[in-house]
Write a new protein. Sequence first.
Lengths: 201, 337, 559
Amino acid sequence: MTTSTTGALAPPAVPAPWTMPDKGKVGMLLLIVAESSFFAIFVIAYLFYVGKSLNGPFPADVLELPILGSICLLSSSVTIMLAIRALRAGNRSRFNLWWLATILLGLEFLIGTGMEWYGLIVRHGLWIDTNLFGTTFYSLVGFHAFHVTVGLLMLTLVLIFGLTGSLAPEHAERTEILSWYWHFVDTVWVVVFTVVYVVGR
Amino acid sequence: MLSAVAACASGIGRAIAADAPVDAIPTMFEPVSTPAESIRSLSFLVMGISGGIFVVVTAVLFYCVWRFRARPGDDREPPQVYGSNQIEWSWTIVPILIVLVLFLATARTINELQASEVPPEALRVTIVGHQWWWEIRYPDLGVVTANELHLPASRPGERRPTYLHLESADVIHSFWIPQLSGKTDVVPNRRNLMWVEPHTTGTFLGQCAEYCGTQHAKMLLRAIVHEPGEFDAWVAAQKQPATVVDAVADGRAIFQSTACINCHTVEGTNANGRFGPDLTHLMSRTTIGSGAASNTPENLRAWIASPDHFKPGALMPAMQLADNDLDKLTAWLLTLQ
Amino acid sequence: MTVLEEGIARPHAAAERASAWSVAHDWVTTVDHKKLGVMYVASALMFFLIAGFEATLIRIQLAVPNNDFLPPDTFNRLFTMHGTTMVFLVGMPMFFGFANYLTPLMIGARDLAFPRMNAFGFWLFLFGGILLYFSFLGGDGLYGAGTAPDVGWFAYAPLTGKAFSRGNSTDYWILGILVSGLGSTGTALNLATTIFTMRCPGMTWSKLPLFVWLMLVDCLLTLVILTPLTAAQVMLLLDRYLGAHFFDTQAGGSAVLWQHFFWFFGHPEVYVLIMPAFAIMNEIVPVFSRNPLFGYPFMVGATVLIGFISLSVWAHHMFVVGLSPAANTFFALSTMAIAVPTGIKIFNWLGTMWGGKIRFTVPMLWCTGFLFSFVIAGLTGVMLAVVPWDWQLSDSYFVVAHFHFVLIGGLLFTLFAAIYYWFPKVTGKMMDERLGKLHFWVFAAGFYLTFVPMHFPGLLGMPRRIYTYEAGRGWDELNLISSLGVAVQLVGLSFFLWNLVRSLLRGEPAGDDPWDAWTLEWSTTSPPPEYNFEQIPVVHSRRPLWDLKHPEDPDWRYE
């Protein structure tokens, strides 16, 4: 606090430049918070009903560890990071490559899920109305797959931008924000995998 | 001869029920049973503390409003006060202490009142909530009735509390007779346990306290507390099979050949439905329709003709009987003491 | 002059020729936070009148025992729609309306972070509400008469299952709220992002107006709790249409699980509803006491604490469901604990008034009324936290009286205060002071007449949600008085509506700063221009306008 003989005082200095966090990043983080809450309810329902189905099929009888799908999905988090690094460095073709790899890995995950569901429905007769396991399994895994699908649609849109040469290093920030969504979807899969295929069986 | 004795015994039981004074106001502040008494004691502490806080805070508010109102014409700003850590801490610590006191009293009463197992000397009752009536079974005594819970008074020398297992046949209801105890919900696919221990005889009122559909408002309860001897007499009367009176055999025949038997049970006939109340001792109860109307011959006849008249939306359909069939059926039902 | 120069020289020419069509088009397509804020509040007022009408019908039916003014089905729909409307279509849009209008102005920004998403959120809310009310026409499916939901605003399972709720009435409850809820989640995200990222230079966290602090905590709370409701509603839809068994007790499902999910949303939701009331108090009480808010850091701390603790109290709505003694004890403790920071707020407001020079303008009258009512509401709440007391009084009229004290004596009183306080800023005109005082005294009298007596039937054994009751249980006169109080409230409300209309048409010009206040919104014109500020302001304290008006004694010397 400074004073002068005339009594005029100087207010505390305002830091210049005045920097605030990026809107897109904060917005995406908050979206992830809301979505985490959403998934948490389905996870809690799954855990609550473990072992409580009145009739089969039961998890241990019909579930197999989705190893390939999980490896693909988790690797896609790595490839998306590599893509963004390439874009930052200005290497558009390398970006397109890694970005495409991400999409293909995500697609493989979805195909794997589809095949798993086909087996469960047709071979084992398990659907959402069969028992509590069916109800909680299809809703939890289904909503996750839905979020993967939405993510893939967004990624494909960006791929189109990339392939038509519309992307430049200054878009790396925005693309990174999209990648956070993708990382979130992957993290949810880690939780779903643990709860459904490890704990629940 | 046997049936005459049975008619006598149940008649006595019914007379007792009819003469028992009805405690018309179901208030938690006139408890007659141990759990309700504990809750009332606790509530004096709670109301005392809350009342004290209210008086103090309101007094400060009124003082502020009077003392610090702006006088007309005075436009100068008062000295600007930004806060005081000491004052803040003091009015944080004091409420924390008050909360602690309240919490300890609460925790103690929870443990005192929440039942975990049924003691050997207790009377067991199973209550099943239905849309919109109460099924009441005494599994150890082989007695089934509806809407009226008969209980023995529990005296200090020979304690006989009643433990209620609570179940539901359809949606969530809540069993509440304030003078006996706090309420507990009856939840489908779940078994809850509560207990009561009435000390005085009489009839005490309650009703369903969880919204359960159209006629939630008319799912009334009556608890009738007897001297232990009278309670045994009531049980004995209830255990008898249905009275057989030849004069009304026509009515019984109508009953047994109509859809009535799909929903109702009458011991000694081919009716063993569980959807509606057991009618074996229908006339030993003071109301019909779970309190929707008093149990008189006129009301009974009108109920069978159209339950919707008393309880719109009730799940019992209008029975579409011809008038004289209805008369005969009613006459028979009136013998089910 | 070129066309461009002409356009600049006569900027209002187009406005003078504005037709009703172009005005409507402007409002319907706007992304301006101020217009959206006004639309939120106007829609909330409309739904408030509808829900108030529903309540009036309910109180007519309950005025005397064994009344036949309404059949049971209609009554059950009315209380369901009344509760659902007041919580989701009045409380929430009032929160978002005021937050939307004031937040950018108070933090020195030009709009929210995502203006188009803001508009989207508003229209989702409005159409969700209309969808809910469409149930009166379409609720029973193609061939039925059409019925609104009748399952209560918290829609307990399994009453909401296909077996017990036939037709589509419950689906309208689910979908109307779900759609509205998506809008609310988006707007909460938008507002929080705005507050995090668009504060003007100098506005650090410790210089943020408390109104904005509370809106931030409120939005973050909303983000955490609203999607769980969405999840539970999706589960209910899956049960009803795909044969899932989330809450299907016949298949081993749990009715109590719905209650846990719903109340995990539902309890923090009531804090989401009341925090705007606290936010409004934080702005109005200091201005009319001529004192800064007492204990700013403690107020911030108390708010954050309330936000966190509110996530841990939900099962106090389930004390009678048969949870274990350990669970009941835990939730009793957490519920009592939240009373401490709430009490601190009340004491701080009293501390703000203490030593001040209180001007009892209409906004201040409402805020004083809040203080009196909210103490009562909070105390009956603490009483209900005492679990055995709750075993008697849960689901009784004692609880109904408690939460109406919170929502009317608490929230509605401050909403009226806010309308009278910020109406001049929004419209450029003052509301009539005399009519406003009539509104206050008459409405408050009616409110007390209805809701003070309402505690007693609960103590005397009257459960809630009953379409009629037996005579002679000691409930008769009390219910009649409660019903008569509604008539008085309606008179008070009519003064308010008349005041609104009259002031809009010919209120006194307000000027920029009619109340001699201290936050940034009062530095703009009334109404503010679309861009809010010609230049983004720089602030040095919590009361930038105090600093400007009192250069010899600025706040930043003391903060």
